[in-house]
Write a protein of this length. Structure first.
Length: 211
């Protein structure tokens, strides 16, 4: 299930991270009226990633990454493009049967990335935004399939949608809370003449960022 004991632990860890960030923000940084949302930006994020595959089950872990983009502001509307790269400790050991053969392996995330459009609306200093674009996740699969060792990485490509809110801390720094849902297509893992195709993967990302 999505809300397994491991996932709940990661959510609790994320909640503590967000509390620490918000506490520091309240004490040291004050929102600034008239914040200019136009122009380039770069920042860092941290949060929790929850991956589900219809065959392999759930994986979850803590992630961090880099965000970069460019935005334009037109009155109360903000729009632009954004890229991000994600790294983290997200893996799962499993045993399953595929085409009559037993697969015992560990699947882990090497990296993830998205390229997205972002559209937002300002309510005072608070920016509410939605986002959509292309997502990819490079996964490592290592174990044994039908008694033969298998070790390979493959890239799953799909789409991502999400949304969140962002508020300025200073004239140049803002903080963000965001959720993203990604759905990935199939990818094939190859090793020693074996080919294993995995499909039915989606991911839920909850993160905080400073940009």
């Amino acid at each position: 299930m999505f809300f397994s004991r491991g996932n709940i632990s990661n959510i609790a860890l994320l909640a503590g991270l967000l509390t620490a960030i918000s506490g520091a923000s309240a004490q040291e940084l004050q929102p600034t009226n008239g914040f200019d949302w136009s122009g380039p930006y770069i920042g860092a994020d941290a949060g929790g990633l929850f991956i589900n595959n219809t065959l392999l089950g759930d994986q979850s872990g803590v992630i961090g990454g880099v965000i970069a983009g460019y935005r334009n502001q037109f009155g109360s509307f903000v729009y632009g493009q954004e890229l991000d790269v994600t790294l983290g400790d997200v893996s799962r050991k499993f045993t399953t049967t595929i085409s009559g053969q037993t697969l015992t392996a560990t699947q882990s995330l090497n990296y993830g990335a998205t390229a997205r459009l972002q559209f937002g609306y300002l309510a005072g200093d608070l920016l509410f935004f939605g986002t959509a674009g292309i997502a990819l996740g490079n996964m490592e699969l290592a174990g044994a399939y039908g008694g033969t060792k298998l070790s390979d990485s493959a890239t799953h490509v799909g789409y991502v949608v999400g949304g969140g809110l962002e508020i300025p801390f200073t004239q140049n720094i803002s903080g963000r809370l965001e959720y993203q849902y990604s759905s990935f297509g199939s990818a094939t893992y190859h090793d020693k003449g074996l080919s294993l195709k995995l499909s039915g993967t989606d991911a839920h990302l909850v993160r905080a960022a400073v940009v």
